[in-house]
Design a protein around this ligand. Structure first.
Ligand SMILES: [Mn+2]
Length: 334
């Protein structure tokens, strides 16, 4: 553990010692790290005798079924949940309230203490504790560090969600964010009883028929620009309808654009609703796409960032490509 973290862990421990009712959440369209960090944190706190409610803005989807029991999660109903009795609200794997969807508004206005544990570059300012390490491969790695700091037992029920966050955010230990620590924690997870195949299979080993049909559609839209340095593809509402794909079945499409030979920045646009486009940037090497995402009101990491932009697909495609054209010309992308 790096020494600078001792202070923040000590501050967090003060909260853990002083309070007993926690409300935790992680980002919308949750991935393995969002689910894994919430579950690991919840179970760690429960092991300490705390009362923890895990709330999400939406159902995480079937692919995460094996990782938690239905009663461990509350899906937020803005009309009926206010969680006023909670002492502390904790945002995991997200740095900005808006990344929690409607839960974010609830957290931002909540009278309780506020905590954020995250590894993204962008974050909201708020009074409370912010534990953010953008060099950490996953948020679950931060929770492993916390567990060690607190001297808690590394049980299978905590190890499995930590491993889940690790394999999803490093894409099975191959992205540049994969560190020695990531591998060391993986070893500890296996020692605690995690079966890698059982975690891998529901996440990476299964494609629905409708997802593969959607994939056939999205590849038809693939284009490259600026001497092949930038790749772009998109999906429309109509494609989802035609293929029967569910909203989350385009997971990983943005990463596929980046695999095109020569492409430095891969962009994936998804029409979320008429007039709202989700943009995902993925890059290689030193190409920083968080810069572009921030320019359009979004955020993320250097090599993986996103934003939601109002406009038609054609309008958003034009402004995103304009930005790329300027950045390629300025030597920022290449
Ligand atoms: Mn993450």
């Amino acid at each position: 553990m790096r020494y600078y973290e001792k202070n923040v862990w000590a501050k967090l421990k003060e909260y853990l010692d002083a309070y007993s009712r926690f409300l935790i959440s992680s980002h919308i369209r949750p991935d393995g790290d969002a689910i894994g960090s919430a579950l690991a944190f919840k179970r760690m706190l429960e092991g300490m005798g705390k009362d923890v409610i895990w709330v999400m803005d939406e159902d995480p989807g079937r692919m995460f079924d094996r990782f938690y029991a239905a009663e461990e999660l509350v899906i937020h109903q803005p009309e009926s949940n206010d969680f006023a009795d909670r002492d502390v609200v904790v945002m995991l794997d997200a740095g900005e309230w808006k990344r929690l969807g409607n839960v974010g508004k609830l957290f931002e206005n909540h009278p309780g203490r506020k905590v954020c544990i995250d590894h993204h570059l962008t974050s909201d300012e708020f009074a409370g504790i912010r534990i953010a390490d953008s060099k950490s491969p996953s948020t679950t790695v931060l929770l492993y560090r916390l567990l060690n700091y607190l001297g808690l037992e590394f049980t299978l029920s905590i190890a499995e969600p930590i491993y889940l966050g690790l394999i999803v955010d490093t894409q099975n230990f191959h992205l540049p964010n994969t560190t020695e620590e990531a591998h060391r924690i993986a070893v500890e997870c296996l020692r605690a009883g995690v079966k890698p195949y059982q975690v891998y299979e529901p996440i990476f080993g299964v494609n629905s028929f409708s997802r593969l049909r959607l994939m056939a559609e999205v590849f038809r839209t693939l284009e490259v620009f600026f001497d092949g340095k930038v790749g772009l593809m998109y999906t429309t509402l109509e494609m989802f309808e035609r293929t029967g794909a569910q909203p989350r079945e385009d997971e990983g499409f943005s990463d596929l654009v980046r695999t095109v030979e020569g492409v430095q920045v891969g962009i994936y646009l998804r029409e979320d609703s008429a007039g709202t486009i989700k943009v995902s940037w993925r890059s290689k090497g030193q190409n920083d796409v968080a810069v572009s995402a921030k320019r359009f009101g979004g955020g993320g990491h250097m090599r993986a960032a996103g934003s939601v932009i109002d406009g038609t697909l054609e309008q958003v495609r034009t402004i995103i490509l304009d930005d790329m054209e300027k950045r390629v010309a300025a030597g920022e992308i290449g």
